[in-house]
Design a protein around this ligand. Structure first.
Ligand SMILES: Nc1nc2c(ncn2[C@@H]2O[C@H](COP(=O)(O)OP(=O)(O)O)[C@@H](O)[C@H]2O)c(=O)[nH]1
Ligand SMILES: Nc1ncnc2c1ncn2[C@@H]1O[C@H](COP(=O)(O)OP(=O)(O)O)[C@@H](O)[C@H]1O
Length: 199
């Protein structure tokens, strides 16, 4: 692809309610310099969510336009809404030589793998199924029917963890955040001979 290998792109995935948002927020609290992509979504904002900070909240028509203009690195439909990663900001960040972090679901992680094989895929796993159920319910941000839908998807997502380069167990937020920071800044294992170029 590009002549010089850009800085590392890391994808964090994991089932709804496992604590992705919480762990990423902890990473940013400790390391404000860590760059995290802001996704576009057709989902409605939850109370307290700020447009342009948590997501770019867009209409279905605007999302269609982003797809049509190839403005998204990846996108997926999840539990009845669409979510996608704006491409240009990720390219701009990687061009600075600093890492970029995406927090996205499984179908999107697979698209990133296909499009950018050098990306590092990290799966955030719950300590147990019971703990996942209790975290999702405890967050209280979705009605029971939506929680059920997310848990059904979560089961399939847990089954996919073997596709990821690294599994981080979110037993403790601070510990998981530390592990993620280490992964973001760890040197890429490939390609051969120092990895300065793909040809
Ligand atoms: N493919 C893809 N998934 C995304 C993107 N942004 C967020 N997601 C995922 O969409 C799912 C639902 O997100 P959200 O509605 O915010 O719920 P929450 O993550 O459970 O708080 C989560 O698994 C997110 O990781 C994106 O840009 N692309
Ligand atoms: N390590 C942890 N231990 C206990 N509770 C956690 C932990 N990580 C996250 N939580 C809680 O679990 C719930 C879901 O976390 P959230 O970050 O919203 O998940 P996700 O972004 O993966 O959907 C929240 O109420 C959060 O406070």
């Amino acid at each position: 692809m590009a002549a010089a290998t850009p800085a590392r792109l890391t994808v964090l995935s994991g089932p709804s309610g496992v604590g992705k948002g919480t762990v990423v927020a902890e990473v940013r609290r400790r390391h404000p310099e860590v760059w995290v992509s802001v996704s576009a979504t057709t989902r409605r904002p939850r109370p307290g969510e700020v447009d342009g900070v948590h997501y770019h909240f867009v209409s279905a028509a605007e999302f269609d336009r982003l797809i049509a203009t190839e403005g998204l690195l990846e996108w997926a439909e999840y539990a009845g809404n669409r979510y996608g990663t704006p491409l240009a900001p990720v390219q701009a960040q990687l061009a600075t030589g600093r890492p970029a972090l995406l927090e996205i679901e499984l179908q999107g992680a697979r698209q990133v793998r296909a499009r950018a094989p050098e990306a590092q895929l990290v799966f955030l796993a719950p300590p147990s199924w019971a703990e996942l159920v209790s975290r999702l319910a405890g967050r209280g941000s979705e009605p029971a029917a939506v929680q059920e839908r997310r848990l059904a998807i979560a089961q399939a997502e847990l089954d996919s963890s073997g596709e990821f380069d690294v599994v981080v167990v979110n037993d403790d937020v601070a510990r998981a955040a530390d592990e993620l920071v280490g992964l973001l800044t760890a040197p890429s294992p490939g390609p051969p001979a120092g990895g300065s170029a793909h040809e």
